[in-house]
Design a protein around this ligand. Structure first.
Ligand code: GDP
Length: 596
């Protein structure tokens, strides 16, 4: 049967295109809230790391009710997949809303998620947002989106998608680019009309595939999934079974059952097909588990979670500086924190090593691990990390294989030559190159994951912060041979009299970094100064201009060395990891390196 009173839809958007504002507005206008009640908390993207990096790490659920229909809105990660998450989320829905900025147009980051949605045969609603922007160009953006859909092999039904023109900020939407609309009703109506209602067999045995795991200190693990068949009831007996391990089934009782309402979970006694539910009280619930009725347990197949490709050691910080700031971290703290992460992140591995002071952490690419490092750092953990290393494998014949990635890069036209060179040196192979029409070129590379370690920093420097890079794991391939490149941006230090000056050397901008009297600098930037020391400490500035950045000489030099904002991760990218001694919440300590 069809569950007419439910719609399940995922939202796909590039960061800043207005997804949060749009969902807030749908909440406000759906009647879930009293008219005068503000949406207290912004729904999605609550993790500020996500915003800074332009990615969404966690999928979140929101639900609104419109004309007696419950619309579950599920956020999708905006990055290339960390471990099958995108697919699992998309399997809960019957359609997607693609939110696109009316000026910026569709961005490459959304491409991977959109492609998965198209492959799963989901209907697409395109919401061209920010039509109130003076530079909005909805007609062109519409064309671009259609071209993108064509490029991604959309089927006829998908190419025939409805377009909704919105200003989420003004709370209005319209089916025509020329008429502004008065509220969000056109979008609501389009969802009801165009997103198919979920279907299933209510009389069959219960089947709920756990698609995401939430973790809450008080209730523990919470499994979230859609009721595919049957019903689920509070206190009922159930069997949990995993498609990949059918023998390991176990009996449980459904302790607490929730549905989503607005921004909250509300307890319910029962849920039927098409409902998206959250279940707590089952301590060993995992992604990919199916909750079934005891009499007819049948696991739902799901894509096996892919193996990690990159590893790093997280180490207790036993240097003299440890404990000065943030939490003092013992190996026990570090261990507990890392193992806790496994509750919600299925594509992460944590292993003990020969020493209790060090843990091997493996994940899906450098970005995956650096998100964890930064999260932990923000929580106040102090620890050191080793250089990232790719995980090699051997095929049946003993041949060495290494992980490869597809990198999709958008750069201003003038930088494309430089970027191609940089990636060629890192064994990248250019597979496609096309102008986007906005003065940028889109490059597509196949490259060993190895070549991408530390690349983001160089890339940002080389493109003066104007490049966008998105990468996706592309399987294991034969080892490509040694690489021969020198990092384009490196963190270096000079001893001058009483102090050491250190800066980022950026060979792309000018061949030499020159620090003269008064720490003037060409072609690079001064990060800071410290007194004589065996090791130097580099303070990482965040969201703040480096005030001591100065350029000397001509105005030209000034232009070449704009103040830059560094995140810890970016700063790390500039450091030769052999020199890395430790990272703390606010600083990086490196071994002194004095140039000849
Ligand atoms: P998200 O990153 O996709 O969740 O984007 P947000 O909803 O946080 O919006 C990013 C920025 O765009 C914020 O400053 C919003 O105020 C702004 N914004 C969102 N919708 C609109 C819109 O319709 N018009 C204009 N002019 N700005 C908008």
């Amino acid at each position: 049967i069809t569950r007419e009173d439910v719609r399940n839809v995922a939202i796909i958007a590039h960061v800043d295109h207005g997804k949060t504002t749009l969902v807030d507005e749908l909440l406000k206008q759906s009647g879930v809230f009293r008219d005068n009640q503000e949406v207290a908390e912004r729904v999605m993207d609550s993790n500020d790391i996500e915003r800074e990096r332009g990615i969404t790490i966690l999928s979140k659920n929101t639900a609104v009710t419109y004309k007696n229909t419950k619309i579950n809105i599920i956020d999708t990660p905006g990055h290339a997949d960390f471990g099958g998450e995108v697919e699992r989320v998309l399997k809960m829905v019957n359609g997607v809303i693609l939110v696109v900025d009316a000026f910026e147009g569709a961005m490459p980051q959304t491409k991977f998620v959109l492609k998965k949605a198209l492959e799963l045969d989901l209907n697409v609603i395109v919401c061209i947002n920010k039509i109130d922007r003076p530079e909005a160009r909805p007609a062109e953006v519409e064309e671009e989106v259609l071209e993108l859909l064509l490029e991604l092999d959309a089927n006829e039904k998908q190419l025939d998608c409805p377009f909704v023109y919105a200003s989420a900020k003004a709370g209005i939407a319209s089916l025509s680019p020329d008429e502004p609309g008065t509220d969000m009703q056109p979008l609501f109506e389009t969802i009801l009309k165009y997103i198919p209602a979920p279907t299933g067999d209510p009389d069959a045995g219960t089947q709920i595939l756990i698609s995401t795991i939430d973790y809450n200190e008080y209730v523990g693990r919470i499994g979230v999934g859609k009721v595919d068949n049957g019903t689920i009831k509070l206190n009922q007996d159930a069997i949990i079974v995993n498609h990949h391990e059918p023998d390991k089934y176990r009996k449980v009782k459904i302790g607490k059952l929730y549905e989503f309402e607005g921004l909250n979970k509300v307890e319910v006694n029962e849920a039927g097909i098409g409902s998206i539910v959250a279940i707590s009280g089952i301590s060993d619930i995992h992604i990919g588990d199916t909750i079934c009725s005891p009499d007819d347990p049948e696991p739902i197949p799901f894509q096996k979670i892919s193996e990690p490709t990159i590893a790093m050691h997280f180490m207790v910080n036993d240097s003299p500086l440890a404990g000065k700031e943030g939490k003092f971290v013992t190996s026990r703290h570090l261990r507990d924190r890392l193992f806790r992460e496994l509750n919600t992140d299925v594509s992460l591995r944590v292993e003990e090593t020969d020493t209790t002071e060090s843990f091997k952490v493996s994940g899906r690419g450098e970005l995956h691990l650096s998100v964890l490092i930064e999260n932990m750092r923000r929580e106040g953990y102090e620890f050191a990390v080793s250089k990232a290393e790719v995980i090699y494998k051997e095929d049946e014949k003993g041949k060495k294989l290494e992980p490869f990635e597809i990198a999709v890069i958008d750069v201003p036209d003038e930088f494309s030559g430089t970027v191609i060179n940089m990636l060629n040196q890192r064994k990248g192979e250019l597979q496609g190159m096309a102008p986007t029409g906005n003065g940028t070129t889109r490059l597509e590379f196949s490259i060993p994951s190895r070549g991408l370690i530390g690349f983001r920093g160089d890339f940002m420097t080389a493109t003066k912060g104007n490049g966008i890079i998105n990468t996706m794991f592309d399987g294991y391939q034969p080892y490509k041979g040694d690489m021969n490149y020198r990092s384009q941006g490196s963190l270096i230090a000079f001893e001058s009299g009483e102090s050491i000056t250190y800066g980022l050397f950026n060979a792309q901008e000018r061949g030499t970094l020159f620090i003269g009297p008064g720490e003037q600098v060409y072609g690079g930037m001064v990060v800071g100064q410290c007194g004589k020391a065996e090791d130097i400490e580099v303070n990482v500035c965040k969201k703040k201009q480096l005030t001591n950045t100065r350029a000397s000489g001509s105005d030209d030099a000034l232009k070449l060395t704009p103040p830059k904002i560094l995140s810890l991760e970016q700063a790390l990218d500039f450091i030769d990891t052999d020199e890395l001694l430790e990272i703390t919440p606010k600083s990086i300590r490196i071994r002194k390196k004095i140039l000849d």
